[in-house]
Design a protein around this ligand. Structure first.
Ligand code: ANZ
Ligand code: ZN
Length: 856
C-alpha cells in the first residue's frame, strides 16, 4: 500500500477534472440554482493567503451545494482596471495592458493549483473591450435615466507635475507620490452618478438582507446617514435673500445666538460688511486649502470670523450675527447652520471661544434653573423653556409643533437629509473605461451611439506622470466629428472609477460571453441574486453599496427583476502571521521580517541583538510576516492548506497562521489515508436493520450518523467549517477504534468519511474514493443524509457509586426512568455485595449518568 503523496494526487486530479469538465456550470436542468461568488481579485501579480482563504471558503460551499443537488454557478474574474498598472507604466515603461494580462495569467495558474471548482468558461476581465463595452453601455443607461450628470468638483492637483493625482497617490501629509509637491485643490468639471436618488431605498432594503452581518448593514446605514429635521429660513437684514439652514433640532430655535455659513457658501461675501470684507476673504482663502478631515476633526479648535452682517430669527424677531466657520461643511444640508450653544457641544465650544451668548431653551425637568449660564451643552431631550408659546411641552413634542408653526408662517418645513453624496466617477487617468460621450460645440454633451461602443482605449500611449492625462494628450483620439451634427468635436477624456466595473460583474458572470447584449435578462434573473457572496470587510461600504445601487437602477430600466444582488454575505476574517516587533524602534523600522529572525524561541533584532516581541498581525509586505501559499502547498499539498484554513478559525474570524496546526491537519489526512487504504471492501451490502447489529456496530453506526448530522448542520445558515472538520476527525477516530472492522457498518463509515471530506479536501477524497472501487467522481456523489433512528443510543453506561465512590459500570436501556435506573442498580451484583447487612440512607439518581447509594 502506498504513502499519501499530495503532490502527485493533486496534479493528477486537477488534470482529470479539467478533461472531464467536472467544474462546468450545469444550466438546463430541473435542479434548483445556487450562485456562489468570491469577490474577484485585483491582478496584482500574485496570490496571497487572504485570497486562498476567501476562495477556499466559497469553493467548499459550491462543492457542498453541488452534492446537495443544486446546479451551481461558481465563476472567477479579474478586477483589472486601476492605478497600479498605470504606475507600473510610469515607473518601468511596461504598458498597462501587458502588465495586467501577464499578472492575470500568472495568478490564474496559482488559482488552478488550489483545486477550486471554478467554471473558467465564465472568466471575465474588466479591462477587456468586450467587458468595458458593456460598462460604457450601462453608463449610457444612467445618462438616459437622468442619473449621470456633470458638475464642478475638487481634484488633487500636483503643481510640479501639472497633473491630477488620485487620492491613493497622495500621502498622509498631503504630498504627491512622484514629485513630493504639496497637493492643491483644483476645481474641474466631472461626472457624477445620482446615487442619492436611491438613498432611501438603499437604506430601507437593508431590511431585506437577513443573511448579511449586522455590522455591515450598520456601516451601510451610517454611510447613507439619514437624518430627520427641518429646513428653516433666516431673513438677512438689508437683503432680499434668506439664509436656509438644516437642523435636526428645530425645538431649540429660540436658543439661536448666531447663524454660521460654510466658507464656500455663495452668500459669504455679500453678507460681509465693507470693513470686514478683506478679513473674510483672507479667511476663506485659508480654509480652502484644508481637507474635510482637518476641518471636522473633533480635537481641533473651530475657527471662524464674524461677517458683520446680521440675520433675523423669524421666531423671536431678534437680530443675530452672521459668522463664517470652518466646521460648517458646504456639501452637507444647506451649508449653513443655526448656532445653539446651549444644546450643541460644537456650538457651545465655538460660543465660548468667540464670546457669543448662550441661551438655555431645554431643561432636564420642569423645575430646573432656566436662566443661569450652563457649564456644558445640554443635548438630551427635556422640557422647553424661554420659547414663548412653546414653553412647558417636551422637546420631542416641540420638534413637530415648531416645524408645523414654521410651515404655517412659511419660514420653514420638515426635511429629510442624507449624508450620502452623489458618486464622483470621473478619473483623469488612462487605465479605466473611457466615459462614452463627445463634447460638441453645437450639441453640447452627446452620448456615443451604442453601435460605436466600445470607445476603445488607444494603445501606443506615453506615460510620464506629468501634464494632462495620457488620453487628453492624444490629439488623434480626442478629436472626432460630432455623432449628431458632424462638427469637429472632442471626446471625453475622463475614465470611470474602477468601482463601476465591479458594480455589475456579478451580473455579467451569468452570461459572460454574450456579444449582443450586456446580458440576457432571462439568464441573469435565473441565476441572480448571488446566494452566497464571500469577501473582505474592507468592501463593506463602497463596493456593496454601489453594487446594490446598480442593481436597483438596472431593475428600474427593466433589465432585472430583483431588488438586491447579494442574498447572503460572509465577510471573512484576516489571515495573520507571526510578527516580530522591536519595541525600541519606531515607524516602519520596528517590524522585523520573520526571515531575518534566526531563532524563533529567542527572537533577536539581527542588527542590534535586542529581544523582540512576538505577536500576530495581518500578513503584509511591510511587516514581513507573510506566508507564501506556494510554499505551504509544495510542502503539504493544497488539501492540507485548505483543511488548516477551514479548521483553524470560523470563517468570519481572524486566522492565525500556525505551522504546527498545519502539520496537525497533514497528519489527519495521513490518518484518513491509512484508514481507507488499509480497508478491503467486503462484498456484502450495507445493512440498515439495526436490530441485528452488535453493540459495537450500533455504536459505530451512531458515530457515523452523528458526524453526518453535525457536518450537515454546520453547513447550513452560519458556515461553521471548523466544527464540521472536527466532526470528521471524530468520525475517523471512531473508525480507527472500531472493533467491528469486518462489518458492513465499518464499510459504510469509510465511505461516509470520504464523501464528507470531499468538499474540504477534494483531491485526497477523490483518490481514496477511486481506490474504494468507484468509477464516478466523489464530487458527483449526493451529500449523505443521516438516519434519525441511528442517532439514538439504545443503551447507556450507568455509573454506580457507593458513598460517592465509583464501584461499577452498568449497561442499561437508554429510556429507563429514575425508578428503573435505581432498580437496575440495586439488583446488580456489585451493589448487592456492598449493601449486604447495611442500611441504605439515601439513593441519588442522576438520569442518564449515575446512581449513588449513601449507606449508614
Ligand atoms: C441646530 C442644532 C441645535 C443642531 C442643537 C444640533 C443640536 P445630522 O444629525 O448629522 O444630520 N449641521 C447642519 N448642516 C451642517 C453642515 N453643513 N456642517 C456642519 N454642521 C451642520 O446633524 C445635523 C445637525 O448638524 C444640524 O442640527 C446642525 O446643527 C448641524 F441643539 O442645528 B443643528
Ligand atoms: Zn454636434
Amino acid at each position: 500500500e502506498s504513502r499519501y503523496n499530495p503532490a502527485a494526487i493533486e496534479e493528477k486530479w486537477q488534470k482529470t477534472w479539467t478533461e472531464q469538465g467536472l467544474d462546468k456550470t450545469i444550466t438546463d436542468s430541473n435542479k434548483p440554482k445556487y450562485y456562489a461568488l468570491s469577490m474577484f481579485p485585483y491582478p496584482s501579480g500574485s496570490l496571497h493567503m487572504g485570497h486562498v482563504r476567501n476562495y477556499t471558503i466559497t469553493d467548499v460551499i459550491a462543492r457542498i451545494k453541488r452534492m446537495q443537488g443544486y446546479r451551481v454557478l461558481h465563476p472567477m474574474g479579474w478586477d483589472a482596471f486601476g492605478l497600479p498598472a498605470e504606475n507600473a507604466a510610469i515607473d518601468r515603461g511596461i504598458p498597462p495592458a501587458k502588465w495586467t494580462y501577464e499578472n492575470m495569467a500568472q495568478m490564474q495558474q496559482q488559482l488552478k493549483r488550489l483545486g477550486l471548482s471554478i467554471d473558467w468558461d465564465c472568466e471575465l476581465a474588466t479591462c477587456s473591450p468586450d467587458y468595458y463595452k458593456w460598462t460604457q453601455w450601462i453608463f449610457l443607461q444612467f445618462l438616459k435615466a437622468g442619473l449621470a450628470y456633470q458638475e464642478e468638483a475638487a481634484v488633487n492637483w500636483d503643481p510640479i507635475d501639472q497633473t491630477v493625482v488620485a487620492n491613493e497617490q497622495v500621502d498622509g501629509e498631503g504630498r504627491s507620490w512622484r514629485s513630493g509637491a504639496k497637493v492643491e485643490r483644483k476645481l474641474l468639471r466631472q461626472w457624477f452618478l445620482k446615487i442619492t436618488d436611491y438613498a432611501e431605498e438603499l437604506l430601507n432594503d437593508l431590511n431585506k438582507l437577513p443573511g448579511w452581518p449586522e455590522r455591515v448593514k450598520l456601516m451601510q446605514a451610517n454611510w447613507i446617514g439619514k437624518s430627520t429635521g427641518a429646513y428653516l429660513e433666516f431673513p438677512i437684514v438689508g437683503m432680499e435673500e434668506k439664509i436656509g439652514v438644516y437642523t435636526t433640532r428645530p425645538d431649540t430655535v429660540f436658543g439661536v445666538s448666531y447663524v454660521v455659513l460654510a466658507p464656500e457658501h455663495p452668500l459669504t461675501k455679500r453678507v460681509a460688511t465693507q470693513e470686514r470684507e478683506a478679513e473674510v476673504e483672507a479667511f476663506i482663502q485659508e480654509v480652502s486649502n484644508q481637507s474635510e478631515l482637518e476641518r471636522t476633526a473633533e480635537d481641533k479648535p473651530k475657527r471662524g470670523i464674524p461677517t458683520g452682517g446680521k440675520a433675523i430669527n423669524p421666531f423671536t424677531g431678534e437680530e443675530i450675527p452672521i459668522w463664517i466657520a470652518d466646521y460648517v461643511l458646504y456639501e452637507y444640508g444647506t451649508g449653513a447652520v443655526m448656532g445653539v450653544p446651549a444644546h450643541d457641544a460644537r456650538d457651545f465650544k465655538f460660543a465660548k471661544e468667540q464670546n457669543l451668548p448662550i441661551k438655555v431653551v431645554i431643561v432636564p425637568q420642569a423645575e430646573a434653573d432656566k436662566d443661569s449660564t450652563p457649564q456644558a451643552a445640554y443635548t438630551e431631550p427635556g422640557i422647553v423653556v424661554n420659547s414663548g408659546q412653546f414653553d412647558g411641552i417636551t422637546s420631542t413634542d416641540a420638534k413637530s409643533a415648531i416645524v408645523e408653526y414654521a410651515e404655517k408662517q412659511s419660514f420653514g418645513k420638515a426635511r429629510v437629509q442624507y449624508r450620502l453624496r452623489d458618486w464622483l466617477i470621473s478619473r483623469q487617468r488612462y487605465w479605466g473605461a473611457p466615459i462614452p460621450v463627445i463634447h460638441c460645440p453645437n450639441c453640447g454633451t452627446v452620448p456615443v451611439p451604442e453601435e460605436d461602443l466600445p470607445v476603445q482605449l488607444p494603445e501606443n500611449v506615453e506615460f510620464s506622470g506629468r501634464g494632462p492625462s495620457p488620453l487628453a494628450k492624444l490629439e488623434n483620439w480626442v478629436n472626432v466629428p460630432c455623432p449628431t451634427c458632424g462638427t469637429p468635436a472632442k471626446r471625453e477624456t475622463d475614465t470611470m472609477d474602477t468601482f463601476i466595473d465591479s458594480s455589475w460583474y456579478f451580473l455579467r458572470f451569468t452570461d459572460a460571453k454574450n456579444e449582443q447584449q450586456v446580458f440576457d435578462s432571462a439568464k441573469t434573473n435565473d441565476w441572480m441574486p448571488v446566494d452566497q457572496y464571500v469577501g473582505g470587510i474592507e468592501h463593506a461600504i463602497l463596493h456593496l453599496l454601489y453594487s446594490r445601487f446598480f442593481t436597483k437602477v438596472l431593475r428600474d430600466r427593466g433589465l432585472l427583476n430583483f431588488d438586491e444582488p447579494f442574498q447572503r454575505l460572509l465577510t471573512q476574517g484576516m489571515v495573520q502571521g507571526l510578527t516580530y516587533l522591536n519595541p525600541n524602534k519606531s515607524g516602519k523600522d520596528k517590524w522585523i521580517p520573520s526571515y531575518l529572525v534566526s531563532n524563533p524561541n529567542d527572537p533577536r533584532d539581527p542588527q542590534t541583538g535586542e529581544l523582540l516581541q512576538r505577536l500576530y498581525a495581518t500578513m503584509s509586505k511591510s511587516k514581513g510576516n507573510g506566508v507564501a501559499p506556494e510554499e505551504v502547498i509544495s510542502k503539504y499539498g493544497v488539501d492540507t492548506a485548505r483543511m488548516f484554513i477551514l479548521f483553524k478559525a470560523p470563517p468570519e474570524k481572524d486566522l492565525e497562521w500556525d505551522e504546527a496546526d498545519v502539520e496537525g491537519q497533514f497528519r489527519f489526512l495521513n490518518r484518513v489515508w491509512r484508514l481507507v487504504t488499509d480497508f478491503t471492501p467486503q462484498p456484502r451490502k450495507v445493512s440498515n436493520r439495526q436490530t441485528q447489529l452488535s453493540k459495537a456496530e450500533k455504536d459505530l453506526r451512531r458515530a457515523i450518523h452523528i458526524a453526518i448530522k453535525e457536518a450537515t448542520e454546520d453547513m447550513e445558515g452560519e458556515y461553521q467549517f471548523n466544527t464540521a472538520v472536527s466532526e470528521l476527525m471524530k468520525l475517523s477516530n471512531a473508525l480507527a477504534d472500531a472493533s467491528c472492522k469486518e462489518s458492513p457498518i465499518y464499510a459504510e463509515g469509510i465511505e461516509t468519511l470520504v464523501v464528507l471530506l470531499a468538499p474540504f479536501a477534494p483531491h485526497i477524497s477523490e483518490e481514496l474514493w477511486q481506490q474504494l472501487g468507484h468509477n464516478e467522481s466523489v464530487h458527483k456523489q449526493a451529500w449523505i443524509k443521516y438516519d434519525e433512528s441511528a442517532l439514538v443510543a439504545d443503551e447507556i453506561t450507568l455509573v454506580i457509586q457507593v458513598n460517592g465512590k465509583k464501584r461499577a459500570d452498568l449497561q442499561v436501556p437508554a429510556q429507563a426512568d429514575k425508578a428503573e435506573l435505581e432498580k437496575y442498580a440495586r439488583e446488580s451484583e456489585i451493589v448487592q455485595r456492598f449493601i449486604e447487612g447495611k442500611e441504605i440512607k439515601k439513593v441519588i439518581v442522576v438520569p442518564g449518568k449515575l446512581v449513588n447509594f449513601v449507606l449508614g
